[in-house]
Design a protein around this ligand. Structure first.
Ligand SMILES: NC(=O)c1ccc[n+]([C@@H]2O[C@H](COP(=O)([O-])OP(=O)(O)OC[C@H]3O[C@@H](n4cnc5c(N)ncnc54)[C@H](O)[C@@H]3O)[C@@H](O)[C@H]2O)c1
Length: 419
């Protein structure tokens, strides 16, 4: 039977997309190279936070099927690529997954197909990497098949905005390619926004994430001198937020994490440096400031213990919440990792509690505790790293010996020290 869309890469991005397309009545095939992911999905099991097993079961009823058989890509009229785009060891873009996914599509490309890249990447990727690989078999983009870039904006854990009601940016290789991509997404996304071409769509995504990265760095830098000047930065941000125009609140924290904020801006700065020979200074500065936050938290923890006559070396430190953002299980690039490692390197006994993390593979030396309040009462210092919904922060602060609040979540109390 003909397939309307094949979604390539069934992770945090691909799976919600497959869900929306299936809900809209499309016949959707999921392709992934990971046999375990495919087997789980076909058995009705979800591996991402935003979809429950019941959602997968519903998708299966709607005709969704997952496969590792790349030849089946040829059955689809549209192929959407949602594979990871990490950084390489030297900090540059690692496009290996994109290249391999595109090669799989190229081997199964048919005239009339629409191919969309959703993976976050540097400007020019669709035109310079994806297009030549697809055209190698003789079909021409914009003539024999459609090609577009459409950045994914999924925000895992966000219950207000999902794939359907978050406007979708699309940029085609030609206006007809944009039309084809807009028509595809228009069947299951409320609003489609067109850009002039693929480069504008690629850059729009990087602007969004760079904007966040830089503004988080701004408040992270401010938090250091505000602490020294005796100014409560959260109170400052609350006051500034009362301005109804021209200000958007960003909050300091122990560092940035996830698959987007610490990584995507590097795609842009690396590209600017490689092509034009000069730095994208804002990104490089923001990177430096945000990456330095775990070390800053460690130095503040040392100071806090010092005022109590204790050394970090030999003290027990409880970390509450080790994922990169609240209420999800995703640990990718979490700043809790360098924080825990640096604490352990300085001789602290590191304990952690996280309702979403059973085993913290990145920091095997950290001991998991079952009962956060009980552990807080016994640890020399408790650090709130991630404010999960389930935490009663004031109660945890009250139960602790000393509570270092890196999220501005506790309402006060003698034991609380804010970042
Ligand atoms: N997670 C987010 O919040 C988010 C938000 C916006 C954009 N993005 C971007 O979306 C892209 C995908 O991210 P993700 O979070 O969904 O990643 P993910 O790791 O959750 O999922 C990627 C999936 O792709 C599969 N895969 C890898 N190589 C493949 C290949 N060659 N062919 C087929 N499948 C392959 C993996 O097995 C995995 O199941 C990235 O470019 C990311 O930057 C992610």
């Amino acid at each position: 039977m003909a397939v309307d869309a094949v979604i390539i890469g069934l992770g945090y991005v691909g799976l919600p997309l497959a869900q929306e397309a299936t809900r809209a009545g499309m016949r959707v095939l999921g392709f992934d190279i990971h046999q375990g992911v495919v087997d789980d999905l076909n058995a009705g099991r979800s591996h991402v936070d935003d979809l429950a097993d019941a959602d997968i079961a519903q998708m299966r009823e709607g005709g969704f099927e997952a496969t590792t058989d790349e030849a089946r890509i040829a059955e689809a009229s549209t192929a959407v690529i949602c594979v990871p785009t990490p950084l390489s060891a030297d900090g540059g873009p690692d496009l290996r997954a994109v290249e391999s996914a595109v090669a799989a599509v190229a081997r199964n490309l048919r005239p009339g197909m629409l191919v969309v890249l959703e993976s976050t990447t540097y400007p020019g990727t669709t035109d310079e990497v994806v297009r030549p690989a697809l055209e190698a078999g003789g079909l021409v983009a914009g003539q024999d098949f459609h090609l577009a870039f459409s950045p994914e904006r999924i925000d895992p854990g966000n219950t207000s905005f999902g794939a359907k009601n978050t406007p979708k940016v699309v940029g085609g290789h030609t206006p007809a390619c944009s039309d084809a991509a807009a028509a595809f997404y228009g069947t299951f996304v409320d609003t489609v926004v067109r850009t002039k071409g693929t480069r504008e769509a690629e850059t729009a995504k990087l602007l969004e994430n760079t904007y966040r990265h830089i503004n988080i760095a701004l408040v992270n830098e401010m938090t250091r001198f505000c602490h020294q000047l005796g100014i409560d930065l959260w109170d400052v941000i609350d006051a500034a937020s009362s301005k109804p125009f021209g200000f958007q609140a960003f909050y300091p924290g122990p560092g940035v994490g996830g698959h987007c904020i610490p990584i995507d801006p590097n795609y842009l700065s690396h590209n600017v440096r490689a092509r034009l020979g000069y730095p994208f200074r804002f990104v490089e500065l923001a990177q430096e400031i945000n990456a330095g936050m775990p070390a800053y938290v460690v130095s503040r923890a040392q100071d806090i213990l010092n005022t109590e006559g204790k050394a970090l070396n030999g003290s027990s430190v409880l970390l509450l919440g080790v994922t990169y953002k609240p209420n999800i299980a995703d640990q990718r690039e979490s700043p809790a990792v360098p924080l825990a490692r640096q604490l352990a390197a300085k001789g602290a006994r590191v304990l952690f509690h996280d309702p979403h993390v059973q085993e913290w593979h990145a920091v095997p030396e950290a001991e998991r505790v079952q009962d956060a309040a009980d552990a807080a009462g016994r640890a020399d210092l408790t650090i709130l790293v991630q404010n999960h919904r389930g935490y009663d922060v004031d109660a945890l602060a009250g139960a602790s010996r000393t509570f270092f609040d890196t999220r501005g979540a506790a309402t006060g109390g003698e034991k609380v020290v804010r970042l």
